[in-house]
Design a protein around this ligand. Structure first.
Ligand SMILES: [Zn+2]
Length: 372
């Protein structure tokens, strides 16, 4: 009987101590790596239950504290019903995600691609389908090389100088930030190839870096007027030739000089997928907050974590807070990722070069940090 009492007391103690241990681990990680992020598409309605479970059983125990969801136009807009895409989520469904994130101390941030990425393999996105007049290059020049950067990949942009474009996009930006209850908005702005096009009656002849910076300022100022901060990808601000980056990962059309023109209070999500390039240091030295973002290369992802920690430990006091942390990115839909993560994907041709393996190993590495 005594033994039983001892055992039950021990069990009570363990149950009591476990959450305490988790709390102290989290507090330790918050000082080592403040942002521990995960970025993926908004789930489709049929994968909602699984995704909610994934947040609870995989993101929360790993102390992920930031979830960026690529919404694009897959939401049932009240302000702009003309822009509702297929498989859109309702407000109730988004609130369900938000509730589980709040319960697990995860900040949920919406992403809509602004400026570039207004089309893809499936053709035009909802914005340009609905408002073709917003396109940077008029439709009659459909084969313009600026829009087809590689193998005909379709990469259209909206014109940042069109007088009506911001009225429309800021309606959806404001609505989604309200639904997400978020004081941060991720504006995308990666891989902008069609900018300052000679065929655009408003932008022809303009400096591409100035045009890019002007659009960052416009979005940033709008968000600031509502008390919100802006996040964006970093590739257009990196000089691809000098740093040795590919055409997607760095700029070859002179937008990189915008790094000295954009507001200092945007946060850069500095993505590098094949190699742990150390460009986070460049952004931090410009006075800009930055986090590093891997995808499917586990070796690079682990190095990116270690570099970020090293930058925080070994730079001047004024630099340290600018190194915000890391965010793992997934570029498929939720279903494909979850199938891979739970071993339901039959295709093993990628070996360990998969987003789910990179996610696992990156967070395994992060879990060791408080012990070091
Ligand atoms: Zn234009």
């Amino acid at each position: 009987m005594k033994k039983l009492f001892f055992l039950s007391a021990l069990l009570t103690l363990i149950t009591f101590l476990n959450p305490l241990r988790a709390m102290s681990e989290r507090a330790a990680l918050d000082s080592i790596l403040p942002v521990r992020g995960f970025c993926i598409a908004l789930p489709t309605p049929d994968r909602m239950d699984e995704f909610v479970k994934f947040i609870e059983t995989e993101l929360a125990p790993r102390h992920v504290n930031t979830l960026v969801l690529r919404v694009e136009y897959k939401y049932k807009w009240k302000s702009r019903p003309e822009l509702i895409d297929t498989l859109a989520l309702s407000k109730r469904e988004v609130k369900r995600l938000l509730k589980v994130c709040k319960q697990n101390n995860i900040k949920m941030i919406p992403l809509i691609d602004l400026l570039g990425h207004q089309s893809g393999r499936g053709g035009l996105n909802m914005l340009l389908k609905t408002y073709p007049e917003f396109e940077e290059t008029p439709a009659e020049f459909s084969n313009d090389p600026a829009r087809l950067p590689m193998n005909g990949f379709n990469m259209r942009s909206y014109c940042p100088n069109h007088p009506d474009v911001h009225k429309v996009v800021f309606d959806v930006v404001d609505e989604i930030c309200e639904v997400f209850e978020s004081d941060i908005f991720h504006a995308g702005m990666d891989e902008v190839f069609d900018i300052g096009n000679d065929k655009c009656p408003r932008c022809a002849g303009r400096d591409k870096a100035e045009l890019f910076a002007q659009e960052v300022w416009t979005i940033r100022n709008h968000l600031a007027s509502k008390g919100r901060k802006m996040w964006m990808w970093g590739d257009r601000l990196l000089d691809g030739r000098t740093i040795g980056l590919g055409r997607w990962e760095g700029s070859y059309n002179n937008t990189h000089r915008a790094i000295d023109m954009i507001p200092k209070d945007v946060t850069i999500c500095d993505w590098h997928y094949e190699r742990a390039d150390v460009t986070a240091a460049l952004f931090a030295m410009k006075g800009i907050d930055v986090m590093t973002c891997p995808w499917r290369n586990p070796q690079a992802a682990v190095l990116q974590v270690e570099d970020m920690v090293r930058f925080r430990q070994n730079t001047a006091k004024v630099m340290k807070p600018r190194f915000r942390g890391v965010m793992h990115t997934v570029w498929s839909n939720v279903g494909t990722f979850l199938d891979g993560f739970y071993g339901k994907n039959e295709d093993k041709s990628q070996g360990d070069q998969t987003p789910w393996e990179a996610f696992r190993r990156m967070y395994d590495r992060i879990a060791l940090l408080p012990e070091e």
